[in-house]
Write a protein of this length. Sequence first.
Length: 41
Amino acid sequence: MELPRCLMSSPKPRAVLQPVSSVLASKTRTIRRFIISDLNK
């Protein structure tokens, strides 16, 4: 996964990446829940 150049050149990349990583974490959590529910069928 490549980051956009604007994120790479940002003086505060952590401040920009923090909300992005939290959104990705919640997405993977919901996807994992879907997979687990499919396996339990």
